[in-house]
Design a protein around this ligand. Structure first.
Ligand code: MN
Length: 447
């Protein structure tokens, strides 16, 4: 049974002893973020007392592959496959009346000053909303788009927004070319499936919420906004409504981003808020940048996308891991059950030309555990001759937040770490007969 709200997800975390409640007062500037970094990868945190605010803050709610697997109802090694399946089996959402929507409990004038929005990193330009699902409709098709964007608080009712050259950016430019403001809603405080669906690797014109419905197994419940023509998750904690203004640019940044480096400040579009709706006693969610939660939520849907993309070209591709040391964005480790020696090379070409995020990719045989960095490194150490097994693609479109990219242009590398067909004996791992049956304790404390 899928969890369909932040509150029910927090109950799950509590039952698993993964949620820790912080009752000591913390400052929303740095202190909250610093405590979260210390707990990163171990615990989800709920800060009950943020100095000067009456709203609690949660963070780290989806910090591990294990937790995300739990939310998706699958094993850890199946999360990419499950997400890939959902992206090809979208399910329509349903619309509920305001009376049935918890997020409609309180409707008021927008005032960002009462929300405990953290200042996360030392050189950040201010407070940033980092876990807001930004919802908009394409003005030409009316189809919704859902994505997460960092949003800098510029005033009590204005937010600066970073839009990388993806869907929301395209939609905004359509509206701007018609000199029209674009209706926007920002939903904060949702379950992991909704966070993941916002990162779905689907084309423009594909409503990401329908991926959440597929993962739930039942339609996601949406409710109409008060002041804009949009529908938002009925179970969210807080929803801001407003407009992305045409022709307006204000300074946004700097901001400590997922590559663990700062992106500089430059002028960006601005959202003007028109209303806020929330639950009674809402909970605010922040994703502290460059934490496991940030990496996992962005990375796992990208794994699903890459799996689909590669299997279209090479059906022998079995599974994908976006490794966490590369923020689950830039490095992919791919397992293949190859039938021809040219398949790894074809898979590398498909991945590096089809995905802007992937910078380095390693293809390994199915005897390698792609989730074990030592095993992967062993394959690179013993199965690679660089002059023949490494493919370099110069000057390809890359991730614009990669500090080494040249205005988003990046060199890419693929490593074929598979064994040539017919030569398995020379490359097979040594084994001791019976080792897998040994229980060490029997020998150390043994009878
Ligand atoms: Mn989209």
């Amino acid at each position: 049974m899928a969890v369909k709200s932040l509150r029910s997800w927090l109950e799950v975390l509590q039952q698993q002893n993964t949620l820790k409640v912080v009752n000591r007062e913390v400052d929303h500037r740095f202190e909250l973020s610093a405590v979260a970094k210390k707990a990163d990868g171990f615990y989800a945190l709920k800060f009950n007392h943020v100095r000067g605010f009456n709203i609690p803050v949660v963070t780290g709610i989806a910090h591990s592959r294990e937790l995300i697997a739990w939310s998706l109802g699958v094993q850890e090694e199946q999360v990419a496959e499950r997400f890939a399946w959902a992206q090809t089996h979208p399910l329509q959402c349903s619309l509920v009346a305001s009376a049935q929507a918890p997020v409609k409990s309180v409707i008021s004038q927008p005032n960002l000053d009462v929300i405990p929005i953290p200042v996360h990193h030392e050189k950040d330009g201010g407070a940033f909303i980092t876990a807001g699902l930004v919802i908009a409709k394409d003005p030409t098709t009316g189809i919704a788009n859902v994505s997460i964007h960092r949003l800098q608080v510029l005033s009590s009712r204005h937010l600066g927004i970073l839009m990388l050259p993806r869907h929301l950016n395209q939609i905004y430019h359509k509206a701007e070319s018609m000199q029209q403001p674009l209706d926007i809603a920002v939903a904060i405080g949702v379950d992991p499936i909704l966070l993941l669906c916002s990162q779905a690797q689907v084309p423009l014109g594909y409503d990401e919420f329908t991926v959440a419905s597929a993962l739930y197994g039942t339609p996601l419940q949406l409710v109409k906004c008060e002041t804009v023509d949009l529908e938002v998750p009925a179970q969210a904690e807080i929803v801001f409504e407003g407009h992305l203004l045409p022709e307006i640019r204000e300074m946004e940044g700097p901001f400590g981003e997922f590559p663990k480096t700062y992106t500089p400040a430059y002028p960006k579009p601005v959202i003007e808020l028109t209303a806020v709706s929330s639950r009674q006693s809402p909970i605010y969610h922040t994703i502290v940048p460059a934490t496991y939660e940030h990496f996992r939520i962005g990375g796992i849907p990208r794994e699903g996308g890459l799996l689909t993309l590669m299997q279209r070209t090479v059906s022998a591709v079995k599974s994908v891991n976006f490794s966490v040391g590369a923020m689950q964005r830039f490095h992919a480790i791919v397992s293949i059950d190859k039938k021809h020696d040219d398949e790894p090379r074809k898979a590398i070409q498909a991945a590096l030309t089809g995905s802007q995020d992937i910078k380095h990719i390693v293809i390994v045989d199915k005897d390698i555990d792609i989730f074990n960095p030592e095993d992967v490194e062993w394959a690179i150490a013993t199965r690679v001759q660089a002059a023949q097994d490494v493919i370099i693609i110069p000057d390809a479109p890359g991730n614009t937040l990669d500090p080494s990219a040249r205005r988003g242009i990046s060199d890419k590398m693929g490593i074929d770490a598979t064994v040539p067909l017919g030569q398995t004996e020379r490359f097979a791992k040594i084994q001791v007969p019976g080792q897998e049956r040994i229980r060490l304790d029997d020998y150390l404390y043994g009878r």
